[in-house]
Ligand binder design. Structure first.
Ligand SMILES: C[S@@+](CC[C@H](N)C(=O)[O-])C[C@H]1O[C@@H](n2cnc3c(N)ncnc32)[C@H](O)[C@@H]1O
Length: 205
């Protein structure tokens, strides 16, 4: 499936009913938020905005990017409900120049890509994050194929912990593990799941 079809699929998914992944932030983000410098954070693939809005409520300067217009429209409403300001960007993240954003962190919660796209995306994060800044991620591992709690159904779109070691080998590992967790995130993510959890800090110059 190409980008256009995936984008349409997400639009359709978000158009039906309530918040697909709930309105509460991801639990790992909540647990690890103290590792994120209080500054400018990009929420990559932020969907309906549950994570971006929560971060903005904690005082972060949030930029939320997603290619689903329907997801972003719901994220706008959630931000308005909590009276927080977020910069929303409607774009395919691989096509968007992150360099000028000069980020203190990137939050990548269940934004999945394949092979060389992951390498390109990681390169963009490496360049856009300031020294001392942090990448925080939770993504499904390849073992997620054994579970039915959500996520991509193709092995290529699932993560190996080695991808982070390969692409961020020189960054400080504040948290890097593959874990079985119990997800309770709306109808979209529910039950036992195999995930890779990541908090990596770019070294100071
Ligand atoms: C599984 S959802 C997770 C949404 C959100 N991070 C959350 O945890 O609630 C993946 C999101 O990534 C977005 N997405 C996927 N690929 C993308 C891309 N290449 N550029 C921008 N957004 C993308 C989808 O539209 C969708 O909103």
């Amino acid at each position: 499936m190409g980008t256009k079809q995936w984008k349409t699929k997400w639009d359709q998914r978000y158009a039906s009913g309530d918040f697909v992944f709930g309105r509460e932030p991801n639990q790992f983000l909540k647990n690890q938020v103290h590792q994120l410098p209080l500054g400018k954070i990009l929420c990559a693939g932020d969907g309906e905005g549950r994570n971006g809005v929560w971060l903005a409520r904690q005082g972060y300067d949030v930029i939320s990017i997603d290619y689903s217009e329907v997801g972003l429209a719901k994220a706008h409403l959630l931000a308005a409900e909590y009276d927080v300001k977020i910069r929303f960007i409607h774009a395919e993240i691989l096509e968007f120049d992150l360099m000028d954003l000069k980020l203190d962190g990137v939050v990548n919660i269940y934004l999945h890509m394949t092979g060389t796209e992951i390498i390109r995306m990681h390169e963009k994060y490496r360049n856009a994050i300031n020294p001392g800044g942090v990448l925080l991620a939770e993504v499904y591992s390849k073992e997620q194929l054994q579970y039915c709690s959500g996520g991509p159904k193709s092995i290529e779109a699932l993560y190996d912990i080695e991808y982070f070691k390969r692409d961020f080998g020189d960054w400080n590992r504040l948290y890097l593990a593959q874990e079985i967790i119990n997800l309770n995130e709306g109808n979209g993510h529910n039950g036992a799941a195999s995930v890779v959890r990541v908090v990596l800090q770019k070294p100071q110059d």
